[in-house]
Design a protein. Sequence first.
Length: 534
Amino acid sequence: MLPKSSSKQSFLHGALILTLATAVVKVIGALFTIPLANLLTGEGMGYFYTAYDIYNVLLVISTAGLPVAMSRMVSEAEAKGRYAEVSRIFNVSMLTFLIIGAAGSAGMYLFAHRLADLMRNSNAWQAVMVLSPAVFFVALMSAFRGYFQGRSNMTPTAVSQVIEALSKLVVGFGLAWWIVHVGGGLEKASAGAIAGVTLGTVLGGLYLIFCKVRDGKPSALAPENQHIRTSSQIFKALIKIAIPITIGASVLSVVNFIDTMLVLRRLQDAAGFTQHMANWLYGAYGNAKKIFNFPAAFIVPFSVSIIPALTTALAKNDKNGVTRTVEASLRIMSLLAMPAGVGLMVLSWPILNVIYFAIPDEVNAGAPLLAILGIATVVNCVVLLTNAILQAFGRVGIPVLTMAIGGVVKIVTNWFLVGTPSLNILGAPIGTCLCYTVIAVMNILFIMREIPQTPNIFKVFSRPLIASILMGGVAWGSYTLLMRVVGARMGVLLAILLSGAVYLVLVIALRAITREDLLLLPKGRKIADFLRIR
C-alpha cells in the first residue's frame, strides 16, 4: 500500500498549483531581473544572458524529456499496483539523471572559456563557470519532480520552483550589488548574480530530497505472480519515451543558442561593432526579450486547462465538440495575447523607461526591439497553444518539424539582417517574429487538416484584433496626454489601466467571447455571470 503521507491531487487542482507557482515565480523573477539590469547595465546583462543561453541548451538536452517519461512510467506502474516497480523506476531514473547532469556540469565548467569564446563574448566565461553546477542540481531536481508528478503531487515541484526564484533574488542580486559597490567589475558582478541561480538549484534539490524522505517509499512487496520489469527494461522504456520529447523541446533552445552566437558574431564581423559594443547591444536586447517572454508564460497553464476538454471530445468522437473546443481555445488565447502584443508595440519605450529607469541608453536601444517583439508575442502564444492542440491529437512529431523550419527561418533572417549595418540588432527581433509566424501558420494548417469541420479562423481572430487595435489607440493617446500631466512613469501605468478597462468593454460590446468559451476555463461560469455574458 501507499504511504499515508502520499498526497494525490486532481488534474485541475495540480494545474492550479503549478499556475499559481508560475505567477509567483514570474513576480519574483521580475523583482530580480529589473533591479539587476539597472545595476549591471547592458554590458553586465550581456554576460548574464550569454551564460544563460549556454546553460539553457544543456538544461533542455539533459532534462526536458526524462521527467515527463519518468512521470508517465511512475503513474502507469502505480495505477497497476506495481509499487515495487515505482521504486525501481525512481532508482534507475535517478542514476540516469545524475550521470547526465554530472556530464553537463563538467562540460560547462571545463570548457567555460571556449564556450564564451564560441559565443564571441569572451568576458562571459566567469558567469558560465559559476552557472555550471546548476546543470547537475537541476537534473537531480528533475528526477524528484518526475517522481512526484507521476504520483499526482504537484506541490513539491511548485514549492521548489519558488525556492529557486527566492534564492536568485536574495543571494544573486545581493552578491551582484556587493561586487559592484566594492569595484569588482561587471564581469564578476554578473557571475555573482548567476551564483544566486546556482544556489537556488542546490536549495531546491535539498527541499525535494526532504520531501522524498518524508513521503517514504511504496512498498517493495508486489502482488503474487505480478511481473516487475528489470532495471534494463525500465531504462530502455525511459529513453524510448524521453528521446522524442527531448528532441521536440530542444529544437528552439538549440536554435536560440545558435542565434545568440550568430547575433554576436554578425554584429562584430559584418555590422562593424566591437565585442564590447556588441555585448552591450545584446544586453539591451535581452532586457526586451525578458518582457516579451512574460505574457507567454501564462499561456502554458492556460493550455493545461483547455486541452482536457479537447481530449474528452476526441475520445467521444464528438466532431462538433472538437471544432468548438479548438475555436474557443484559439479565441480565448487571442483575447489574452493580442492586447499584450499591441500594448508592447505602442508603449515599448514608456514600459522600458518605467522598468529600467537607471539605464536610459539601454531603454532607447531596447524600445524599437520590444515594439517588434510585440508582434512576436502574439504569434508565440499561438505557437504554444497550437503545439498543445497537435499533441492532444497525437501528432507529436508535427511541432518538432514546424519549430525546426521556423528555426531555420530565424537563423537565415538574422544572418542577413543583423549583418546589415543600418539594421544591426533590429534584425534579431525581426527574425524572431518571422520564426514564430511561420510556425504558427504551419501549425494552424495542420490543425485544420485534423479537424473534420474546419474552424472559422477569420472569425476567431478578427474581433479580438479589432478590440486590441482600438485599445492600442487608447493606450497611446492616453499616455501622450497623461505624461504631460503626471509624468512619463505614472502616465504609462494609468494608460495601461485605462486601456485595459476599455479593452474589456470592447470585448463584450463586439461579442468577441461567448459564454461557451468561458465555460472551458476554471471558474468560467462565475466569470461569465460577472461579465453578464449569455
